[in-house]
Structure formats: structure tokens, C-alpha cells
Design a protein around this ligand. Sequence first.
Ligand code: S3P
Length: 440
Amino acid sequence: MQHHRLDFQVTPGGTITAELSGPRDKSISQRAVIMASIANGTSYINNILNSDDVNSCINAMRALKVTIEKNNNDLVVYGVGKTGLQSPKDTIDCGNSGTCMRLLTGLLSGQDFSSELTGDSSLRNRPMSRIITPLEQMGAKIIANNNKPPLTIIGSKNLQAINYKMNIASAQLQSSILLAALYAKGDTQVTTPSTIRDHTQRMLTQFGCKLQSHNNSIVLHEQQLTATDINIPVDFSSVCFFMVAALITKNSEIILTNVGINTGRIGALTILLQMGANITCINKRELSGEPVADIIVRSSQLQGINIASKYVASAIDEWPILLIAAACASGVTRLHGAKELRYKETDRIAAIAVGLKQLGVTVIEHDDGITVKGIGSNNKFNYNNIAIESYHDHRIAMAFIIAGLVADTPVTVTNCQSISTSYPNFITDANNIGIDVQLV
Ligand code: S3P
């Protein structure tokens, strides 16, 4: 979607006291749309995230001739069955969504037609060889532009199962292979190098699929999906911005309800607790096969830590805001083994380093991470008054808006229109919970 440029200014200080049920999960919403589309029968999806990325995914499935009715945050998806998708008339635009592009590439590999996927300038710069290699081993043909989108996917009715050991801890890669495996002869086995979000396995199970999972391996054979009803939990990655906002401001307390706490998503919770954060999860329960809880977060004096690289993947989307927390902590935080951050919506290691330096924080950028010297909880960032660039990355934009709460003067963050990919109500919610952030 095209948006006008949006720059925001945040006023430092304030106290956060609120109960909030934030936006619904972007990863789970897209999986629900894709699986409901190829299921047999009609699925009702409640509380879908109404954001640009999810809308790109809905429009993609509509382009493949699936009827999807949308009523605010609820969808009715008239599944066409596994072999009912039809050749799209035009190139499908995945917008900013890596999940949409990578999962659809797996799905389209098993069709008996060809299709073309493209995206915005950020997505057209993201590496696709990671999915092209296994999907071609299964029998699809994928033409890319120097391993980047646009992708032409020449599907095959004769996909073959593979046994694939991933060398990147990527849920998008794993999910892409699993969606192709639904069409492949034999048992496909996928093994990940570390714990990642397992939303695809959980969602496949909700749609009646049989799969085996053991440690970091999953085995899935060719099969059909049966329509079901899905209720989407709140996105941990989105509310994490306000968790850190409460931690770094004085006298704050926020209660976040219905938050997804999938083990592959909550590395940031473990890391913040290790840093001394006052966070409690209560009312643990399940929602459509996903673990959820209510999370209470109170102001805390954080300490810098050496981050264990085993948590990099399960906190993969939280690094921008975790590094803001590190910048507010006492002592040094060191992150290594996180080169994947350079291949996100922007190079997040570089973007965070630039912004933190503008806030007067001492940082050392590494090829695979960053070292941040925290200012300590009683001090303020010494902002150089030059607007901080978000590089059209929603999570960089939101992270630096939160960072502004502890600056010595108001902080401006530019090109925040990308926030609508994951959290369209972020600015409204921020103001409602006690953060003064205005359009400039
Ligand atoms: C996602 C997986 C992660 C994450 C992205 C969403 C998903 O990407 O960063 O925001 O929905 O599976 P990778 O699989 O590339 O790590």
C-alpha cells in the first residue's frame, strides 16, 4: 500500500499505566489466511490483524481465486481445497511482507500453473535463495533476479519429499517447505538449527493435518486440510514495544492481555528477565492451539548482559526494542550470532547503531551483532536533535519512538508510515497509555 510520509515526535517522560489488548499476531494471521484458502470447506477467522502485511496476504489469495469476505477483523474464507487455486491474472504483490512471499512461494511450488510474486523496494531486496534451493530440490522451478524478487514460480504436480537441514533458523523457510510438502510424494523432513516459532505446525494441526515433530525436526506427508475456525492471539512482537516503554519509564505498570507466548517467540521475555525486568505472565491458557497469557510489566532498573546466541532466533523481531532496553540499562550488553538482522525489512544492526549514536549512546557494530553501553536508568539520552531515520522499517520506527521517552529533548523519527505493516493503531495506543507522540 502507498502511504504519505509520516514523521512523529515523542515527548520524553511520562508514566505508563494501562491495560491493553494490542494488535493481533501478524505471523499467525497470515498462516490462517493461507491455510483456510486451501482447506476443504468454509473457515471463520476471528480477530485477524487488520494491517498492510495481512491485507497483502488476503489479496494474494484472492488473486488465486479464493473468495474471502472481510468484516473489520473477522474473515470468512471459502476454501477451494488443495488443488482448487487458479492461475493469477497478474503479478501478485506481497507488499512489505516476507512471510507472504516466502510462504506463498512454497504453496505455489505445488500448483500446476506458474505465478509471479513481487513486493515493495524493501522486499525486492531480501534474499530468496534460502527458499529457492529446497523448493527446486522438491521439483519446482523458480526464476529470481539475482536471488531476489520478483520470483517466477513454475509449479509442479510432481513434487518429491526432501529431507532438509536448514542452516538458517528461519520460520519462513521452514514454513515454505512445509506448505510445499503438502503436495509432495513421500515424507518431507525439515530440521531447524534452533528454536523458532512453530505457528505453521500448530496451524496445520488445527486444520486437521497429521505431522510428527521431534526436537527441531518435523515430518509431514502429502495431505488435505479441513476448514476450521481460528481466533488469533495478540502479537507479542507488537506489545513488546510497550513492555519496554513501561520498563524504562518511572512508576509505570502495563497489563497486556491475550498475548501469544509461543516458545519460539518469547526469547525477548527471557532476555528482559535476565536484565532484571519486573515481568509476570498470568492466566496461561490456549487460543486456537497457541499458548497465550496476560503479561504484567512494571518499571525496572535494567542491567546489561551478554546475550546467549541461542535466543537470537526466538527474539528475532524484538532486537530493535531490546537494544533500546539495553541502551537504558546499566552496563554493557553484547549481542553476537545475529547476522540475520541485516536481512530484515532493513539492515537492522546498521539502523539501530545509527539511531543509538544519535541518542549519544556508545555502540560498536559487529558483522553479526552489536555492543551497546547502557546509560543507566537514572540518566537521559543526549539527543543530537537530528531526526532519526527509520529506513521504512516498522520495528525501527516504533523502537526509536519508545527510546524518545528517555531523551533529554523531544525526538523525531522519520518515515514511520511502515508501522501500518504490523501495528496500524500504534500511535493511538501509545497516546492512550501515556506516551505523548504527535505527527510533525
Ligand atoms: C516470520 C518469521 C521471521 C520473522 C518475521 C515473521 C514468520 O522471519 O522475522 O517477522 O511469520 O514466519 P524469518 O523466518 O526470516 O526469521
